[in-house]
Design a binder for this molecule. Structure first.
Ligand SMILES: Cc1cc2nc3c(=O)[nH]c(=O)nc-3n(C[C@H](O)[C@H](O)[C@H](O)COP(=O)(O)OP(=O)(O)OC[C@H]3O[C@@H](n4cnc5c(N)ncnc54)[C@H](O)[C@@H]3O)c2cc1C
Length: 301
């Protein structure tokens, strides 16, 4: 069940992880699996979900038998998730210490996109790569990523993008929150931390809501929440030796259900309509009126 979060997030409390996927049943505790021991009060621990996607600058190709995007070439860091990585790095800086770690599910042991996030400043990552995950839908993806968060020992905060750039459903973060028993705040355009409380400006159609919730929590951030840094040369070199543990679904105790068990199918795909040519308006001294009329027609003024 998805959890819709509004101002009532103030009242949400952290619960225990539900046994929804094999192997995910332990309580999620703030803490760190490796470099920063749990309960050591040495700063903030943030885990960022980073999706690795085919380069959108290259022509994408669909698999005609499944109607899904072919992902067998080089994958890059989804720009949507570079905002989450930057947000995590800034929050850790503001907390005066801690670490940023990554979780990703991608085919063929692909780590190129994760290396970009490591070059930005993340410390380590868990990649879940397993042929048995082919055909996984958004729920299985959420189960896998939730289990990967558990593998890292949990965190004070889990960050995801609001939606990915390729074939997005915009449902993975909320499903993860439900699986992990965490409060979830969506569409964050500003995130700050005050003690053990997360403060979020949550984008709405008419403006934004100010939402607070206790940590640990999961937040999905919108594009533009921060300006992602470019990896420095030093960062790129350092990223080559940062640890990325590659695991299978079985290692995480999750049983993949594949195409047959997916709760979603891509029933059909249709060519996007070609973009119409724009209207050229000659300036005759009264052009502003035509522009106003055009904008009124679009109901933007
Ligand atoms: C029927 C079906 C079959 C599919 N089969 C395959 C397949 O064979 N191979 C394949 O590669 N994909 C497959 N997919 C797509 C894959 O399951 C997607 O990763 C999943 O649907 C969630 O991605 P999304 O873009 O919808 O997530 P969204 O909810 O739009 O993403 C929001 C955020 O969640 C996080 N996130 C989402 N996915 C990942 C990820 N994989 N790793 C890390 N963070 C993530 C990111 O932070 C992202 O910004 C399939 C999808 C369907 C519906």
């Amino acid at each position: 069940m998805l959890r819709a979060v509004t101002d009532e997030a103030k009242e949400l409390t952290t619960s225990r992880i539900r046994t929804v996927a094999d192997g995910i049943s332990a309580p999620l505790q703030p803490g760190w699996a490796t470099s920063v021991p749990p309960g050591n009060n040495v700063g903030m621990k943030v885990i960022v979900c980073v999706k690795q996607i085919p380069d959108p600058a290259l022509p994408g190709e669909l698999d005609p038998s499944t109607n899904t995007l072919k992902r067998d070439g080089k994958l890059i860091l989804d720009e949507s998730d570079s905002y989450g990585v930057e947000m995590a790095l800034q929050l850790v800086d503001a907390a005066g210490g801690g670490e940023v770690a990554l979780v990703s599910m991608a085919p063929n042991g692909e780590v190129s996109g994760m290396r970009t996030a490591l070059a930005m400043g993340a410390a380590q990552g868990v990649l879940v790569s397993d042929p048995a995950l082919a055909g996984s839908d958004a729920l299985t993806t959420a189960k896998i990523l939730a289990a990967a968060v558990q593998r890292l020992g949990g965190a004070d905060l889990v960050i995801a993008g609001t939606e990915s750039s390729d074939g997005y459903t915009g449902t993975v973060p909320e499903q993860m929150a439900e699986l992990l028993g965490l409060p979830s705040v969506t569409f964050a355009k500003k995130v700050t931390v005050d003690g053990a409380t997360l403060k979020v400006d949550r984008q709405t159609e008419s403006g934004y809501d100010e939402v607070t919730c206790p940590m640990p929590a999961l937040v999905s951030v919108t594009a533009g929440v921060v300006e992602p840094r470019y990896p420095s040369f030093k960062g790129i070199m350092a990223a080559k030796s940062k640890p990325v543990e590659t695991v299978t679904a079985g290692d995480l105790g999750v049983t993949p259900v594949g195409w047959a068990g997916a709760g979603q199918t891509v029933a059909s795909v249709t060519q996007a309509p070609a973009r119409q040519a724009g209207t050229v308006v000659e300036d005759d001294g009264e052009t502003y009126a035509k522009i106003v009329e055009f904008l009124e027609g679009l109901k933007v003024i």
